[in-house]
Design a protein around this ligand. Structure first.
Ligand SMILES: [Zn+2]
Length: 206
Protein backbone atom coordinates (compact mmCIF):
# COMPACT_ATOMS: atom_id res chain seq x y z
CA UNK A 1 0.00 0.00 0.00
CA UNK A 2 1.21 3.48 -0.85
CA UNK A 3 1.07 6.33 1.68
CA UNK A 4 -2.04 8.43 0.89
CA UNK A 5 -1.11 11.60 -1.01
CA UNK A 6 -2.30 14.18 1.60
CA UNK A 7 -0.02 12.48 4.12
CA UNK A 8 3.03 12.17 1.89
CA UNK A 9 2.66 15.77 0.74
CA UNK A 10 2.52 17.09 4.29
CA UNK A 11 5.56 14.99 5.21
CA UNK A 12 7.38 16.57 2.26
CA UNK A 13 6.44 20.06 3.47
CA UNK A 14 7.71 19.39 6.97
CA UNK A 15 10.98 17.98 5.60
CA UNK A 16 11.70 21.34 4.01
CA UNK A 17 11.87 23.01 7.43
CA UNK A 18 15.29 23.51 9.01
CA UNK A 19 16.22 20.85 11.55
CA UNK A 20 13.41 18.48 10.51
CA UNK A 21 14.50 15.13 9.08
CA UNK A 22 12.27 12.47 7.43
CA UNK A 23 11.53 10.74 10.76
CA UNK A 24 10.44 13.95 12.53
CA UNK A 25 8.40 14.97 9.46
CA UNK A 26 6.49 11.67 9.66
CA UNK A 27 5.99 11.98 13.41
CA UNK A 28 4.60 15.54 13.09
CA UNK A 29 2.25 14.55 10.26
CA UNK A 30 0.81 11.58 12.14
CA UNK A 31 0.52 13.68 15.27
CA UNK A 32 -1.53 16.27 13.36
CA UNK A 33 -3.97 13.58 12.21
CA UNK A 34 -5.01 13.12 15.82
CA UNK A 35 -5.50 16.86 16.46
CA UNK A 36 -9.11 18.21 16.41
CA UNK A 37 -10.16 19.82 13.12
CA UNK A 38 -10.64 23.34 14.53
CA UNK A 39 -7.05 23.35 15.76
CA UNK A 40 -5.77 22.26 12.37
CA UNK A 41 -7.80 25.00 10.73
CA UNK A 42 -6.36 27.68 12.96
CA UNK A 43 -2.86 26.26 12.38
CA UNK A 44 -3.35 26.44 8.61
CA UNK A 45 -4.74 29.97 8.89
CA UNK A 46 -1.71 31.09 10.92
CA UNK A 47 0.55 29.74 8.20
CA UNK A 48 -1.29 31.60 5.45
CA UNK A 49 -1.45 34.84 7.45
CA UNK A 50 2.31 34.69 7.98
CA UNK A 51 2.99 35.58 4.37
CA UNK A 52 -0.07 37.74 3.82
CA UNK A 53 0.23 40.06 6.78
CA UNK A 54 3.95 40.26 7.42
CA UNK A 55 6.20 42.66 5.56
CA UNK A 56 9.85 43.70 5.64
CA UNK A 57 10.34 47.29 6.80
CA UNK A 58 11.58 49.28 3.78
CA UNK A 59 14.00 51.07 6.06
CA UNK A 60 15.53 48.56 8.48
CA UNK A 61 14.13 45.22 7.20
CA UNK A 62 12.59 44.29 10.53
CA UNK A 63 9.65 41.91 10.06
CA UNK A 64 6.44 43.67 11.07
CA UNK A 65 2.82 44.19 10.05
CA UNK A 66 3.52 47.55 8.42
CA UNK A 67 6.32 49.47 6.76
CA UNK A 68 7.98 51.64 8.08
CA UNK A 69 7.92 49.29 11.08
CA UNK A 70 6.81 50.17 14.59
CA UNK A 71 10.42 50.79 15.67
CA UNK A 72 11.28 53.11 12.76
CA UNK A 73 8.05 55.05 13.36
CA UNK A 74 8.58 55.43 17.11
CA UNK A 75 9.69 59.02 17.76
CA UNK A 76 10.68 58.23 21.34
CA UNK A 77 13.58 56.05 20.18
CA UNK A 78 17.13 57.22 19.53
CA UNK A 79 17.32 57.81 15.78
CA UNK A 80 21.09 58.25 15.65
CA UNK A 81 22.06 54.79 16.86
CA UNK A 82 21.75 51.67 14.68
CA UNK A 83 22.49 48.11 15.74
CA UNK A 84 23.27 45.85 12.78
CA UNK A 85 22.11 42.26 13.38
CA UNK A 86 22.25 39.09 11.28
CA UNK A 87 18.86 37.66 12.26
CA UNK A 88 15.40 39.13 12.97
CA UNK A 89 15.38 37.12 16.21
CA UNK A 90 18.30 39.24 17.44
CA UNK A 91 15.96 42.24 17.45
CA UNK A 92 13.78 40.58 20.08
CA UNK A 93 16.87 39.79 22.14
CA UNK A 94 18.03 43.43 22.15
CA UNK A 95 14.48 44.69 22.80
CA UNK A 96 14.31 42.44 25.85
CA UNK A 97 17.35 44.10 27.40
CA UNK A 98 15.89 47.58 26.86
CA UNK A 99 17.79 48.82 23.78
CA UNK A 100 16.12 52.02 22.54
CA UNK A 101 17.81 52.78 19.23
CA UNK A 102 17.28 51.63 15.65
CA UNK A 103 18.14 48.40 13.84
CA UNK A 104 19.36 47.15 10.51
CA UNK A 105 18.49 43.48 9.94
CA UNK A 106 20.64 41.69 7.36
CA UNK A 107 18.77 38.35 7.34
CA UNK A 108 22.04 36.44 7.10
CA UNK A 109 25.77 36.99 6.85
CA UNK A 110 27.94 37.33 3.79
CA UNK A 111 28.41 33.71 2.76
CA UNK A 112 29.43 33.20 -0.88
CA UNK A 113 29.07 29.40 -0.62
CA UNK A 114 25.37 29.89 0.04
CA UNK A 115 24.96 32.68 -2.51
CA UNK A 116 24.61 35.37 0.14
CA UNK A 117 26.40 38.55 -0.84
CA UNK A 118 26.11 42.27 0.04
CA UNK A 119 23.23 42.57 -2.46
CA UNK A 120 21.11 39.92 -0.75
CA UNK A 121 21.78 41.45 2.67
CA UNK A 122 20.81 44.88 1.28
CA UNK A 123 23.78 46.59 2.86
CA UNK A 124 23.15 49.57 0.55
CA UNK A 125 20.05 50.37 2.66
CA UNK A 126 22.27 50.90 5.71
CA UNK A 127 24.65 53.11 3.71
CA UNK A 128 21.72 55.19 2.47
CA UNK A 129 20.33 55.59 6.00
CA UNK A 130 23.71 56.69 7.29
CA UNK A 131 24.13 59.26 4.52
CA UNK A 132 20.77 60.78 5.51
CA UNK A 133 21.41 60.55 9.25
CA UNK A 134 24.71 62.43 9.27
CA UNK A 135 22.87 65.39 7.77
CA UNK A 136 20.54 65.48 10.78
CA UNK A 137 22.80 64.50 13.68
CA UNK A 138 26.26 65.68 14.77
CA UNK A 139 27.21 62.11 15.64
CA UNK A 140 25.81 58.75 14.55
CA UNK A 141 26.65 55.38 16.02
CA UNK A 142 26.65 51.99 14.28
CA UNK A 143 26.97 48.97 16.54
CA UNK A 144 27.95 45.86 14.58
CA UNK A 145 26.22 42.97 16.32
CA UNK A 146 26.44 40.36 13.56
CA UNK A 147 27.02 36.82 14.81
CA UNK A 148 30.42 35.82 16.19
CA UNK A 149 30.88 33.12 13.52
CA UNK A 150 33.55 33.52 10.86
CA UNK A 151 30.88 34.79 8.42
CA UNK A 152 29.50 37.21 11.02
CA UNK A 153 33.00 38.60 11.64
CA UNK A 154 33.76 39.12 7.96
CA UNK A 155 30.32 40.70 7.44
CA UNK A 156 31.06 43.18 10.24
CA UNK A 157 34.44 43.99 8.69
CA UNK A 158 32.89 44.40 5.25
CA UNK A 159 30.21 46.80 6.55
CA UNK A 160 32.75 48.89 8.40
CA UNK A 161 34.85 49.15 5.22
CA UNK A 162 31.79 50.03 3.09
CA UNK A 163 30.79 52.84 5.47
CA UNK A 164 34.28 54.33 5.37
CA UNK A 165 34.47 54.10 1.59
CA UNK A 166 30.96 55.26 0.71
CA UNK A 167 29.74 57.77 3.25
CA UNK A 168 31.14 61.27 2.90
CA UNK A 169 31.68 62.57 6.41
CA UNK A 170 32.05 59.09 7.89
CA UNK A 171 34.21 60.69 10.62
CA UNK A 172 30.89 61.56 12.23
CA UNK A 173 29.98 57.87 12.43
CA UNK A 174 31.22 55.93 15.42
CA UNK A 175 31.50 52.28 14.41
CA UNK A 176 31.74 49.72 17.20
CA UNK A 177 31.58 45.95 17.47
CA UNK A 178 29.75 44.32 20.40
CA UNK A 179 32.12 42.92 23.02
CA UNK A 180 32.83 39.22 22.97
CA UNK A 181 34.15 37.17 25.82
CA UNK A 182 33.40 35.04 28.83
CA UNK A 183 29.69 34.48 29.52
CA UNK A 184 28.31 35.46 32.92
CA UNK A 185 28.88 32.60 35.34
CA UNK A 186 31.40 30.99 32.96
CA UNK A 187 34.69 29.60 34.21
CA UNK A 188 37.81 30.98 32.58
CA UNK A 189 39.53 27.60 32.57
CA UNK A 190 36.77 26.17 30.36
CA UNK A 191 36.69 29.02 27.81
CA UNK A 192 38.08 28.17 24.37
CA UNK A 193 41.21 29.96 23.14
CA UNK A 194 39.43 32.34 20.74
CA UNK A 195 36.87 33.42 23.34
CA UNK A 196 39.57 33.96 25.94
CA UNK A 197 41.85 35.98 23.65
CA UNK A 198 38.89 38.14 22.56
CA UNK A 199 37.83 38.67 26.16
CA UNK A 200 41.34 39.94 26.82
CA UNK A 201 41.35 42.19 23.75
CA UNK A 202 37.92 43.61 24.61
CA UNK A 203 38.74 44.30 28.27
CA UNK A 204 37.28 47.51 29.72
CA UNK A 205 38.30 49.85 32.58
CA UNK A 206 37.07 48.82 35.98
ZN1 LIG B 1 12.00 49.66 10.37
Amino acid sequence: MKIPKPISKLIESFEKLPGIGPKSAQRLTFYLMRVPEYEIESFAENLTELKKRIVFCENCRIIDESTPCSICSDDMRNKSQIIVVSSPLDVFAFEKVGYKGQYQVLHGNIDPLNNLGPEELKIHLLIKRLKDLILDFPQVEVILATSTSLEGESTAMYISKMIKENVDGFEKIKISRIARGIPIGGDIEYADDITLSRALEGRSSF
